[in-house]
Design a protein around this ligand. Structure first.
Ligand SMILES: *[C@@H]1O[C@H](CO)[C@@H](O)[C@H](O)[C@H]1NC(C)=O
Length: 454
């Protein structure tokens, strides 16, 4: 029982860009007691503190954590305020541009406040005073527990900080591969122009950096098949931090997007779960919060046209990508159309891909792969081929696996992919531009790609 219990919650409370090489781990002993260990690498062995000093350091850490919790609670209160305000305004909105502007102003105020909070969000832990390691023994608890062994007095889930509950379990995806296809049958049908196998991904180009805690993770999108009055230049963005995510920002073009000037803000009738949404043919496709329900929200009419349960799909952290964050259900768009990437109990956590009818959200066809969904950081479709990314936090990640729905074959890949900001929570392909869009630690980035010729 020990192995599955061993979680490495690296950077649990440290900023992802933090340089600290510290780690926190939890394990369950046979007698049912939990052991929590916190360790920080010292420059040399003799630099490690005496047990007494280490205990003092642990005490200090504990009080720091309490401070952080207070700040997070305060932040969560502000988020709730923001959310309730948005919900209240929803009724008055009904397409009035003036109201939208008021909302924006109010949002900006709140974001400014949140930014101040964020400055103290994740204090660095001084290396000098805390070298050494110390184990703490606390009694086993069903509740989520703190590093110091106490049961949490508040739950991360309720606060909407999904990131904090993410567990890092980067199992090499290749270990699950049972077959590969060296025969090179991995080609897309002739019907899709310019299709091929992915063979190269360029360096990320950064377009926008979110300036508030609400932008730590999110999703930014373009429509490969826009309907009037939108164009291929139109950009949409959803900040997905919070418990009641409903705001969809629209920007006329990249210039306005970079300046942070939305042309419209939609208030979605149902809240959004995580970062799996896409825009396709004038609709936003997304997963309804705390459900396996897929929604099609048409922007022209500002209504939900279709609502459909994704049968058997795991949700709310049952089969998420390795960064967690309730990323259980991920839409994708490619040359072939609309897809959804998820997993089920029947598939034992392996990635399941369904091709969807974009009008009705009916499944057209379903494939079960051999790759565990929890072991990959993200995935996307190009020309009917699923690609998986092996890490969301390693700067030098690789696209390590491909599953071709045209031939039902899988293949081990080794294409370098840079997570420049070390916290990639969204990776989507845009078939109109033949580029990959990603959201990496507040940064909205884009990658050039190259496909092999047929
Ligand atoms: C691939 O798998 C799908 C779904 O199981 C099936 O419908 C299809 O016939 C298979 N295609 C090939 C080429 O084997």
């Amino acid at each position: 029982m020990l192995a599955p219990c061993l979680l490495t919650l690296a950077s649990f409370l440290l900023e992802a860009e933090g340089q600290m090489s510290s780690s926190f781990s939890r394990s369950l002993r046979r007698d049912g007691r939990c052991i929590y260990s916190f360790s920080v690498a010292g420059p040399a062995e003799d630099a490690c503190s005496e047990p007494g000093e280490a205990l003092a350091a642990v005490r200090e850490l504990r009080s720091e954590r309490e401070g952080q919790q207070r700040e997070l609670a305060e932040l969560a209160d502000r988020l709730r305020l923001l959310e309730s305000w948005v919900v209240r305004s929803q009724g008055q909105l009904s397409g009035q541009q003036g109201e939208s502007l008021n909302i924006l102003q109010r949002l900006q105020e709140l974001e400014r406040e949140n930014r101040q909070l964020r400055a103290g969000h994740c204090p660095r832990i001084g290396r000098e005073s805390r070298q050494g390691a110390q184990s703490l023994t606390g009694s086993s608890s069903r509740q989520r527990t703190q590093p110091d062994g106490r049961a949490s007095s508040w739950s991360f889930e309720n606060r909407g900080f999904q990131e904090l509950k993410s567990e890092i379990t980067e199992i090499p995806a290749s270990s699950l591969i049972q077959r590969s296809d060296p025969g090179g049958q991995d080609t897309a049908p002739d019907s899709s122009v310019g299709c091929g196998m992915l063979e190269w991904v360029g360096d990320p180009v950064t377009f926008q950096k979110a300036d508030s805690i609400l932008g730590k993770y999110g999703v930014w999108m373009k429509d490969p098949e826009p309907v009037p009055h939108h164009t291929r230049d139109t950009i949409w963005r959803i900040n997905t931090v919070g418990t009641d995510v409903r705001l969809l920002y629209e920007y006329n073009d990249m210039d306005q997007f970079v300046k942070g000037h939305p042309s419209k803000v939609y208030v979605l009738p149902e809240p959004v779960e995580s970062t799996g949404s896409v825009i396709y043919r004038g609709s936003l496709y997304y997963q309804k919060r705390k459900s396996r329900t897929l929604l099609r929200y048409e922007m022209k009419t500002e209504t939900i046209l279709v609502q459909k349960d994704l049968t058997n799909a795991g949700y709310q952290g049952v089969y998420p990508y390795s960064w967690g964050g309730y990323t259980d259900i991920d839409f994708a768009v490619d040359e072939m159309g609309l897809w959804v990437i998820y997993s089920t109990h029947q598939a034992q956590g392996a990635i399941v891909i369904s091709k969807l009818d974009p009008k009705t959200l009916q499944k057209e066809q379903t494939w079960t792969t051999t790759i565990r969904r929890r072991s990959v950081a993200n995935s996307f479709m190009i020309c009917g081929i699923l690609y998986t990314l092996n890490s969301y936090s390693n700067r030098h990640a690789i696209i390590n696996f491909a599953y071709n729905t045209n031939t039902n074959t899988s293949k081990v890949m080794n294409i370098p992919f840079e997570n420049r900001y070390r916290y990639n929570c969204m990776t989507d392909y845009n078939p109109a531009e033949k580029k990959i869009l990603a959201w990496d630690n507040f940064n909205m980035v884009m990658y050039d790609i190259r496909l092999s010729k047929l």
